[in-house]
Write a protein that binds this ligand. Structure first.
Ligand code: 13P
Ligand code: SF4
Length: 322
């Protein structure tokens, strides 16, 4: 089967009820469909579980399914695979990369780590398995603060690759972690001026900001947090209007959970588009999900030696976030 483009590119027979077939094959093959909050609405709606990076890793770790279909990006599939080497893990479009993971090539990161002996290495989950293999503890935006707080105050720490999240944790904890200079091209795009204008138009609105955004954007937030933390804040808040500075896909679950509230996507600096989308996350479609389940491809492969090392900091994260 040809998966050169990253997905199974086979035409689906006309008249196929794609959603029904996905559900049928899922049952028949004992597969579980996991989806990140940034996925297309129709993918979130058909998934067994939707969640942030931490929840997806936790669900994969305890799954009894034979096949895990990770509707997300490569690093999420790799994390699931490393935790479940005996299972088939599928990412319906394997070309779904991540600009943040790309900003941290494993060989360069290893050189950086080797140049700083005595440092504990913390890596954000948005990294390749090869980067995780030279890491002591993996974190997500949900648990980074909680995990850093468990380390002795004088511990020397390297934090990579997201400089904005790293800087945020430094500010919150008073630490001076050494930061890798990486970032996400989607979250770096939010315009502080446009958010302030929106705030003037909606004076009572609360500003929700993902910690991958630049510090200036974090500074005008009412809440900084992971996708799940922002969702929970919106659900629990008395406020009825929110300006959301993270990838647009999260609005689907926000509107579902709070149909009476208004969610306004924060705009990027450039262009006429009013929201920020992660093109990688949007690569997964119902058709690709259907074909990936039908043909059980493309499968995530992680080299066994790398997986053996990469699983240690992921398991440490899961332990430390209990
Ligand atoms: P979360 O950890 O909040 O799910 O974020 C993942 C991500 O890719 C953010 O861009
Ligand atoms: Fe990576 Fe940014 Fe897309 Fe998240 S939004 S998957 S960090 S490119």
């Amino acid at each position: 089967m040809n998966v050169d483009n990253g997905y199974v590119d086979v035409p689906i027979e006309e008249g196929t009820d794609i959603k029904k077939e996905i559900l049928r094959m899922k049952q028949e093959k004992n597969a579980v469909i996991l989806a990140h909050y940034y996925q297309r609405p129709e993918i979130q709606d058909i998934a067994d579980f939707i969640g942030d990076s931490l929840a997806l890793a936790q669900i994969a770790a305890r799954s009894s399914a034979d096949i895990i279909v990770m509707c997300g990006v490569q690093f999420m599939g790799e994390t699931a695979k490393v935790l479940c080497m005996d299972k088939k893990v599928i990412v319906p479009d394997m070309s779904a990369g991540c600009s943040l993971a790309d900003s941290c090539p494993a060989d360069e990161f290893k050189k950086f780590v080797d140049a700083h002996p005595g440092y504990t290495v913390i890596s954000y989950v948005n990294t390749t398995a090869a980067v995780k293999a030279c890491t002591d503890i993996v974190v997500t935006s949900s648990n980074a603060r909680q995990i850093v707080d468990q380390l002795p105050a004088d511990e020397k720490i390297i934090f990579g690759p997201d400089k904005n999240l790293g800087n945020y944790i430094n500010m919150q904890t008073g630490r001076n972690m050494l930061l890798w200079n990486g970032a996400c091209h989607v979250h770096e795009q939010f315009s502080i001026e446009k958010i302030i204008k929106l705030k003037e138009m909606h004076p009572g609105a609360k500003v929700l900001v993902h910690p991958e955004c630049r510090q200036a954007v974090q500074m005008i937030a009412d809440k900084v947090g992971s996708t799940k933390a922002l969702l929970d804040y919106a659900v629990g808040s008395d406020c009825d209007t929110f300006i959301v500075a993270t990838e647009h896909g999260i609005l689907h679950e926000m509107v579902k959970k709070c149909p009476e509230k208004t969610f306004i996507p924060a705009p990027p600096e450039d262009g006429s588009c009013s929201c920020n989308e992660c093109a990688y996350m949007k690569l997964v479609t119902l058709e690709k999900l259907y074909n990936s389940l039908k043909y059980e491809m493309p499968l995530v492969h992680v080299d066994a030696d790398i997986a053996r090392e990469a699983v240690k900091p992921i398991k440490r994260m899961l332990e430390m976030s209990k």
